[in-house]
Design a protein around this ligand. Sequence first.
Ligand SMILES: [Fe+2]
Length: 489
Amino acid sequence: MVEDIDFKIVYPNIPIQKYLIFGERIRLALESAEVCKAGELLTIFLGNCSDSLSQSIHSELSDTEYGIFCEGNKIVLAGFLAAGIERDCQRFIDDISNVAKDAEKFYPDGFVFREKYYLWEPTLPAPEFISKIGVYNCGDDKYSLCYRAVKGAFEKYIKALTDASFLVVAQNAVNFNTLCVLERDGLTVYVNYHPRRCVLNISVTTRAYSLPSYTCEKEVCGYVLAQVWVKIGMGYVIRLRDGSFIIIDSGHTIDSERIIETLNQLDVLKKAKFKITAWIITHAHVDHYNGILMLAEKYSDQFDVRQFIYNIPDDSETVGYQVLDKRFNHVFPKALEQFGNPSVYKPHTGEKFDLDDIHIEVLYTHEDMFSEYLNEMNDTSTVLMMTIKSNKILFAGDIYSRGADILVSYYENNLKCDYLQVPHHGYQNGGNAIFYKYCAPKVAMIPMSGTVQGKSSINKTIGDLDVAGCRNILVTNQDIVKNILIELD
Ligand SMILES: [Fe+2]
């Protein structure tokens, strides 16, 4: 006999949006499965909830463990990483569908299933007097513990690590934000403290710490920055003093040849292949990287790419996003192969590095959004401040207002720049008036789509830039169908 199941799903006090998606999957599975559990209310806890059983189970789990625990009519799908909870949910749904029709219970009382998300488990000192917000899967064998932290927590934690024999390998600071990188026995720990947001991020990986670098052998030309006229999306090309290039994004599939035309327009070396010192991808939206896929497919023999630079969220952190948003991690490895497998560098907030005499600071990545919840791929844009000669150029990708708020809280007047790539193509949901006020650029660059949107859709942004004192606005759109070239002195 099949009976309805009386159940409820309980979420943490501040549920990450994707938990609601997991809960919905469980609800559907329970309602459609031919199983019975009559008589009593079944309560399913998703993650660390305000419940004594859920909390006592979580107090026994390490940061990367997850599992299913059953006590009476309570089932706890436990874990700190959303990726672990997702695995719990999938197993639970599989178990619901596999259970026999007359099964008395899904799990017997006292049932425990327990696994680790990462096979390795670092033994880091636990930070004192601060509360954990959660654990974030940064991908690439790296995860981040996020804490609510007050003044002094950073220094105390660095001391705890050095007392535990970790060695400091890098230290950076911008406007009170501090990054300290430490290493020990094959582990690299990044400690990032943002006092204005009271957030301490401790990220750990088994990958060795290294930064991109490049040295020009011979100066043959001046620096030029090109805002490429693309039909859909955004693309920039920077010519270095040795005639090699840094490219940022590429526009959509239709724009791949626009990138080649731009490289030809700026090329002084006239060699068989364009020398690409670095190819930066701001985020995994098709209007920013699909052109690269097409170039890899059709024109890879014209490119000598030294390295790609990007930090794209792990699929486990983008549950519920559109299919197109989750495509990058699956299709880009093929493009890398077609380009001859150049190295890939994954930037993290607080890092600084030089490509020849171009200084680059990483101001923001999707990892900074974890202290809140990440629900929009545009807010995963990597934001970079690039200094070329005396010019500060801020590339903001497509960040929305929430990402812009984080940047303002981190950096305030340090966002001041000479050139600003206006976020999200200048549309009013990218950036915000306060962000523009702090950036106060001399020149605003707006890479609009050439075939889709008209200039009227950026009027609000132009007004905000005007209030911020910026009246020099360079737009590429369907009215201005040519590259904008800026010589950088
Ligand atoms: Fe875009």
